[in-house]
Design a protein around this ligand. Structure first.
Ligand code: FMN
Length: 194
């Protein structure tokens, strides 16, 4: 079978929340982002957008996010706040993800653009994990707050903010989760009887 080793790496992908320095190098990021922008894309709209929040800006990002979440109608409970602050304080790279809504195209549904941006994120995650990095996709803290979205450069008038990836070197070996057998989700189609 061709490329079985690469496919095994896809099968073994697992998220890793606990990460620390070092972050991927610029050379590694370039390769991973090139994989991201190779995602399927109906109408060649290139809807994916990424913002890099480097280590030196993560404390500011965290302060911004937690201020918004704690002043919202739905603040994090004390323990969750402390745990999330401790988590982010060790993360060396955040990649915020947005889907650009190009209003000049009226044919391709917003849902398809979001799927395409999601596929780009998946390529990015897979590439980074194949290089040995840990990645965790989160839509927590202030993700659904408009002020936060605007602050990240994803004004909801033009973008759908899709959360952020925490990226870095795994602090512990990435656990291998048992996955359900694919046969639970795949079946042969048969023409319905009329
Ligand atoms: C779009 C998206 C947003 C997510 N947001 C969160 C989140 O806010 N909090 C969380 O605990 N897990 C979140 N997850 C799930 C984790 O990223 C991760 O997929 C999950 O813990 C399962 O681990 P696995 O990827 O190794 O199967 C999100 C996943 C996706 C795809």
């Amino acid at each position: 079978m061709k490329n079985q080793e690469s496919i095994e790496l896809l099968i073994q992908r697992n998220s890793m929340k606990l990460v620390t320095s070092p972050a991927p190098s610029d050379e590694e990021l370039a390769l991973a982002f090139q994989a991201a922008v190779s995602a399927p894309d109906h109408g060649a709209l290139t809807p994916w957008r990424f913002k890099l929040i480097r280590q030196e800006n993560i404390a500011k990002f965290a302060e911004f996010a937690f201020n918004i979440s704690q002043n919202s109608d739905n603040p994090l409970p004390e323990a969750k706040l402390a745990a999330s602050q401790a988590w982010l304080s060790e993360v060396p790279l955040i990649i915020a993800v947005g889907c650009h809504i190009d209003y000049s195209n009226t044919k391709i549904l917003e849902s398809e653009r979001m799927i395409s941006a999601g596929c780009a994120v998946m390529n990015l995650i897979n590439a980074l994990q194949m290089m040995g990095y840990g990645v965790f996709w989160s839509t927590g803290i202030a993700t659904y707050n408009e002020e936060f979205q605007i602050g990240l450069g994803f004004d909801p008038l033009d973008y759908r903010f899709m959360g952020f990836l925490a990226v870095g070197t795994p602090k512990v070996p990435i656990p291998k989760k048992p996955r359900k057998p694919y046969t639970d989700f795949v079946e042969e189609w048969v023409m319905p009887q009329r």
